[in-house]
Design a protein around this ligand. Structure first.
Ligand SMILES: NC(=O)c1ccc[n+]([C@@H]2O[C@H](COP(=O)([O-])OP(=O)(O)OC[C@H]3O[C@@H](n4cnc5c(N)ncnc54)[C@H](O)[C@@H]3O)[C@@H](O)[C@H]2O)c1
Length: 462
């Protein structure tokens, strides 16, 4: 019988990973390194400001029968780099700290994998790009949305030239009051930490458009407001006003937005029981006055190809998902994805079968529209997370004709749209991206639309 606790194969043959920030998102990477990819990958260190969450993550390694990663306080990050010699550092901390860890890791000779958004302001972005260029280290930004099969399929259609050259895009993203509200409870609710939803959330969406079009954004005009997650809404809902947090709220039983950390074993263990270490409160009132991010945003973006994007993001909607339409020289692609149809209490109603519902239509300028059978894959984020992990962690990632692997340039191009939008909100002016950090690093060659009928069908869910 195989002994799961037997000594691992020689460490030299395995890539050494460290993870900084061991909250909710880091688990995707720890699980993958310690299970699916354990033959080629080893988790050697965990870094966090919260000792309790490090201990939890180390227990996870035991559960995986994996070698125990060494835990380090955030202040000892540099010591960790010297002592543990990771090949790659994965950064899954709150957004405004990403650049600092990535820069220090690259300076120490490590490659980096950075959760989105790569950074939250222009100066952080410029410094990260400089260090990446100077050190020559590899930098990946984890745009898992690209790997979602129906979105990959849209890219494939555009590459096939299904509608000719894209002249304009209408893209509208809806977050429901389960998912959307969560950004107003904790660190995301301060622009200083997250850059607001124009950066934290829309980085996914702006990246999708940049990638779908193979174009570089040039300028942004934006508007935005916070109109729902406000003290006035609390009163409109019959509450006496916002309170500090759900756990101590005198009106919790009457509030539709209550997050009950005690009742959810995973949230209780990861956050409530670790609060004593750092005071990170996971269930702050979503109607607090001190929130400074928007819940309703619009942006007009122009691209170097001449294409334009009309974008909106709403964080308090009745259903969750998006609609996007591409208007091309020979037709239109309409793509809609419904992730949840409604929210009951604080829970999102699952869709039948648990899968998001995608609808994609190609409508030529002349002739009948055709509905496209959507690509699907199992797993989180519409199957995108699993496919992305394969691309990030496999010893030999499969060749990808869709070019989904994103580097620091893609990371920059997406956040700079959000950062420009934030500046446009503040000034009322149209903001040119070149005015934020100067010229971007040279573009990779832009994929030319080529007809390759069915050539990437296997990417529906490899
Ligand atoms: N790609 C996606 O779909 C996706 C989904 C979820 C989260 N994310 C990203 O992952 C990152 C983490 O999000 P999360 O939901 O796991 O947050 P989280 O709050 O659950 O976890 C953050 C962790 O970082 C730690 N931390 C805070 N400040 C730190 C510091 N200065 N140094 C080291 N550790 C610090 C916290 O103690 C916590 O353990 C964010 O950047 C977020 O945008 C991406």
């Amino acid at each position: 019988m195989t002994d799961l606790h037997a000594p691992s194969p020689p460490a030299l043959s395995r890539r050494r990973y460290a993870i900084v920030g061991v909250g909710s998102r880091h688990r995707l990477y720890q699980d993958a390194i310690e299970t699916t990819y354990s033959e080629h990958a080893e988790l050697v260190a965990l870094v966090d400001t919260n000792a309790g969450r490090i201990a939890l993550a180390q227990r996870e390694s035991v559960r995986h029968a994996a070698p125990s990663p060494v835990g380090y306080a955030a202040a000892d990050f540099s010591r960790m780099l010297t002592e543990c010699r990771p090949n790659t550092v994965i950064v899954t901390t709150p957004d405004a700290t990403h650049h600092d860890y990535a820069i220090r890791a690259m300076e120490a000779g490590c490659d980096v994998i950075i959760e989105k958004p790569m950074a939250t302001d222009a100066e952080q972005c410029r410094r990260l790009l400089d260090v990446r260029r100077r050190t020559g280290r590899r930098c990946r930004v984890t745009f898992n949305y690209r790997y979602s099969p129906p979105r990959s399929q849209v890219k494939d259609l555009l590459l096939q030239g299904a509608i000719g050259d894209v002249l304009s895009v209408d893209f509208h993203w809806l977050l429901n009051t389960h998912h959307g509200a969560d950004y107003f409870r904790r660190w995301h609710s301060s622009k200083r930490n997250s850059g607001g939803l124009f950066v934290h959330k829309a980085t996914h969406h702006f990246d999708l458009v940049n990638w779908w079009l193979g174009a570089q954004p040039v300028a942004v005009q934006a508007s935005g407001k916070r109109e729902f997650y406000t003290p006035a809404t609390a009163r409109r809902l019959g509450l006496s006003g916002p309170h500090e947090r759900c756990g101590t709220c005198p009106e919790a039983a009457r509030c539709d937005f209550r997050l009950d950390l005690q009742a959810d074993a995973a949230l209780r263990e990861l956050y409530l029981e670790q609060e004593r270490h750092d005071g990170y409160v996971r269930d702050r009132c979503v109607f607090r006055a001190d929130i400074d991010i928007e819940d309703t945003m619009n942006a007009l973006v122009t691209y170097d190809t001449g294409a334009t994007l009309s974008y909106s993001l709403n964080a308090f909607n009745a259903w969750e998902g998006y609609t996007v339409a591409f208007n091309g020289t020979s037709g239109r692609i309409e793509h809609t994805l419904v992730e949840s149809t409604y929210v009951g209490g604080v829970e999102t109603a699952p869709l039948p079968g648990g899968q998001a519902r995608a609808l994609t239509r190609v409508i030529p300028l002349r002739g009948a529209a055709r509905e496209i059978e959507p690509w699907t894959a199992p797993g989180s984020h519409g199957g995108g997370d699993r496919l992305m992990l394969e691309d990030l962690l496999a010893d030999t990632p499969p060749a990808d004709p869709l070019g989904r692997a994103a580097d620091e340039r893609a990371g920059a191009c997406s956040i700079l749209v959000g950062i420009a939008a934030n500046r446009s909100l503040a000034t009322g002016a149209r903001v040119a991206l070149a005015d934020l950090i100067g010229p971007l690093p040279a573009a990779e060659s832009r994929p030319r639309p080529v007809r390759r009928e069915g050539a990437v069908a296997q990417f529906a869910g490899r």
